[in-house]
Design a protein around this ligand. Structure first.
Ligand SMILES: [Fe+2]
Length: 366
């Protein structure tokens, strides 16, 4: 009898059991599912920049965290992105076939699940960020494409563009790309250039379509015309790039970076809503936001009746009203036999705040 919970590293205690693998760069496992935590492990997680971990809580019936894409595909994709970036860095042509093959697998896995909802918090080491981010962006973009009724061909073009959207960063020196402090004007101009460089790289590879190349060029354009590099506006920005822009910011916000903490999905959703029509295409943003669970399975939340509960299941039609199991009553006492409640049916009950997961605030990436 166990429950999966996502806990902030600061809340981890000796003896807790890891519920999902925690990955190191290259897809290697840093901490395997089932491992019992001790102080040494917990300290290491902090050093490696891991902020939250899924743990097994011996409370109620086992719940499953839905995987959008299998671990194997994720790890393979992360490696391919890394390899592709390395090739571009070394002035070699990207191996288009490999990228196409992995985007095929992601597409197949995503479309085999018609009710997909993004309900997972990425638990990864920080220096793996660039590659895992590219994959995260492509999954989010494709999920949105599915919501927009895209066919297989369009999904693949979008997925390829999204997974390679930052490929131009291979041309930017690491000291500029990973500079912890604020950038100078000329450094910022250099970074902006990754869009055009990415476009050139994808365009010059015969395996990819021009539409995919436009994603790299236009993913920093903003709907109101204040983005870069060409200050394109509204629907003059390629639709794939408008989708990828949303996915890029959402993934960056919900992942920890060297210069800021990550924020919770429901806070990132609020940020995107505020930017609808300004930074993002409002119609696409609506489709995107329908696909994101603001309170992923495993989140511990405070309810308006004073109880604390764990999210156990996402209602696909109403991701903001999940199924919960109360674990602490309004007097602060632990509930020994938690009872599940469906917020879709219990309309007097609502989530006041998210607790006990990672907490922090910040701004989206560059
Ligand atoms: Fe970018």
């Amino acid at each position: 009898m166990s429950l999966i919970r996502l806990l902030a590293v600061d809340s981890l205690k000796n003896g807790m059991k890891v519920a999902k693998n925690v990955y190191w760069c290259d897809g290697n496992v840093l901490l395997a599912k089932g491992v019992c935590l001790h102080r040494g492990f917990i300290e290491k997680l902090k050093v490696f920049g891991i902020t939250s971990v899924y743990i097994i809580d011996e409370l109620i019936d086992k719940i499953e965290v839905d995987e959008l894409v299998t671990e194997q595909t994720r790890n393979e994709a992360t490696l391919i992105v890394k390899e592709t970036m390395q090739n571009v860095k070394n002035a070699k042509t990207p191996e288009g076939e490999k990228v196409i093959k992995i985007v095929d697998s992601i597409t197949d896995e995503l479309i085999s699940n018609p009710n997909i909802i993004v309900n997972l918090v990425e638990v990864r080491a920080m220096n793996d960020y660039t590659f895992a981010h590219c994959l995260g962006v492509s999954i989010l973009a494709m999920v949105t494409g599915i919501g927009m009724g895209y066919d297989y061909k369009k999904l693949k073009e979008l997925g390829i563009g999204a997974i390679l959207h930052d490929i131009g960063k291979a041309f930017i020196p690491d000291e500029v790309l990973y500079k912890p402090g604020p950038l100078t004007q000329s450094e910022y101009e250099e970074i902006k250039n990754h869009t055009k460089m990415g476009y050139n790289t994808i365009r010059d590879c015969n395996d990819f379509s021009m539409s995919s190349a436009h994603v790299a060029w236009q993913h920093h354009e903003k709907f109101d015309g204040t983005g870069y590099p060409r200050r394109l506006k509204g629907e003059t920005i390629h639709e794939y790039a408008r989708i990828t822009a949303l996915a890029d910011v959402y993934d960056a916000l919900t992942t920890r970076r060297s210069y800021r903490e990550q924020i919770m999905p429901h806070e990132a959703i609020e940020y995107l809503r505020d930017a609808e029509g300004i930074t993002f295409d409002p119609e696409i943003a609506e489709v995107f936001l329908e696909k994101i669970a603001p309170f992923p399975v495993g989140s511990v939340v405070q309810l308006n009746n004073g109880e604390k509960a764990v999210v156990t299941k996402i209602n696909k039609e109403f991701p903001g009203r999940p199924v919960l199991a109360s674990i602490v009553d309004s007097t602060g006492s632990k509930i020994e036999q938690p009872v599940e409640r469906d917020l879709r049916k219990d309309l007097t009950l609502f989530i006041v705040e998210v607790i006990n997961v990672w907490i922090g605030r910040g701004r989206p990436g560059r």
